[in-house]
Ligand binder design. Structure first.
Ligand code: CTP
Length: 400
């Protein structure tokens, strides 16, 4: 894809070098258009070497090729990172006193900006008014993040990380092939209380479920995300106008939330790691060694939520379950997954190896998807977002 990366004069420009690398590695043709100010932070040779395309700030270079409009017309996506308060103001006014300005006026491609500035400048009414205008015009504003800023202050104003910018910007071009679907995704891990300070839990971070929710929303679906004990920074990945989050704690709460949401859903995906057992009774007082009450815990079995949903599903609903297995032999793992799919009565079961490098708490995942008659209908390896993409493709195929 033809991507223009605009770089403006902020210290975060050094991070944009990595952003351009990510796009190049993913096979895109990138033209970097810095402002003069940006070149004081990172020089033209760096941008040229990393993008493998010529770099200029001026509308007076390469006039024969009408460069000041050609780049904008050829672009399929424009990303501005960092976007300073000054550039945001210039964009709002439609100023075109350099190559980035003319390109922005000439393009009809989606434009994503990643603001980066001091908190005070971000919060200033002038900047906020400009951002509102840009949003109304369809510009996608990514971030800013909240955190430490140059100069020792902290607050909103940090440029998002290059990986997050790339992911969100590329998602703008996602096909709307899930539009019209209502989907429910469960994510995270349940916690079964033992007493007010202890619980039985598991290591599921919720990342795969959040990635599935984000991918579905990017492709046009309306999403209910039932989130069991997911950390705020992970859940931030599900911020999208089409995603409604329902926080839950225990397996019983998760079951109830899933039954509510699934009643009107076209697709249900159950990535949550549900505790198979819970303490028979949770003490309302903290258990102590003095009481001798901590040496054994009586357990009772939790219901199988996904099997229950499958048994009473509305007509045509597709249900996907997950299984993290530690069996290293792929054929043994598949066999176990086939039995589990049958037992649960689900359409698809995504099975992954949970070892030191894959699965729980890790950014990457590798799954095989078992479908009708136990066939491996798809497999995916890579970031949890990439895995999510393949799972939604498999869901679409199963609906046909
Ligand atoms: N699941 C569920 N309710 C439970 C346990 C699991 O809905 N009480 C769902 C999980 O969300 C997942 C799938 O079932 O989608 C498989 O989970 P897993 O723990 O592998 O299944 P179990 O039936 O518990 O099998 P095992 O004995 O291998 O743990």
């Amino acid at each position: 894809m033809n991507i223009v990366v605009g770089v403006t004069g902020g210290i975060a420009a050094y991070k944009t070098v990595h952003l351009v690398r990510l796009l190049i590695k993913a096979g895109h043709d990138v033209t970097v258009i810095p402002t003069d100010d940006a070149l004081r932070f990172v020089g033209a040779p760096t941008w040229e070497a990393i993008s493998r395309n010529p770099v200029t700030t001026s509308v007076h270079d390469d006039v024969a090729k009408v460069r000041h409009v050609a780049l904008g017309q050829a672009a399929e996506l424009v990303i501005i990172a960092p976007a300073t308060a000054n550039t945001i103001a210039k964009m709002t006014a439609g100023l075109a006193d350099d190559l980035l300005g003319t390109t922005l006026l000439a393009t009809t491609a989606p434009v994503a900006i990643a603001p980066a500035m001091h908190t005070g400048m971000w919060r200033h009414p002038a900047t906020q008014a400009n951002i509102r205008v840009l949003r109304e015009r369809g510009v996608h504003v990514l971030g800013p993040g909240d955190g430490e800023l140059t100069g020792g202050d902290s607050g909103p104003g940090r440029m998002l990380e290059p990986e997050d910018i790339v992911e969100s910007a590329l998602a703008l071009l996602a096909p709307q092939d899930l539009a019209g679907l209502r989907v429910v995704v469960s994510a995270g891990g349940t916690r079964e209380p033992i007493d007010p300070v202890r619980f039985l839990g598991n290591r599921s971070s919720g990342k795969q479920g959040v990635a599935l929710a984000a991918e579905a929303a990017a492709r046009g679906a309306m999403v209910d995300l039932v989130a069991a004990n997911i950390a705020a920074d992970v859940l931030a990945g599900a911020r999208h106008p089409h995603i409604r989050v329902h926080p839950v704690g225990t397996a019983a709460q998760l079951g109830e939330a899933m039954r509510d949401a699934a009643a009107s859903a076209t697709v249900v995906i159950m990535t949550a790691a549900v505790a198979d057992y819970r303490p028979a009774s949770a003490s309302d007082q903290k258990l102590t060694k003095e009481d001798g009450a901590l040496t054994s815990i009586d357990l009772v079995e939790n219901e199988d939520i996904v099997a229950g949903l499958a048994a009473s599903r509305p007509h045509g609903q597709i249900i996907v379950a997950f299984a993290a297995e530690t069996l290293r032999d792929p054929e043994e793992r598949r066999e176990r997954a086939r039995r589990k799919r049958e037992r649960k009565g689900v359409d698809l079961l995504a099975v992954n190896l949970a070892d030191a490098d894959h699965g729980f708490e890790k950014p990457d995942n590798a799954v095989e998807i078992i479908g009708a008659e136990g066939a491996v209908v798809a497999s995916a390896e890579g970031s949890k977002r990439e895995v999510a993409r393949v799972i939604w493709d498999a869901v679409r195929a199963a609906r046909r």
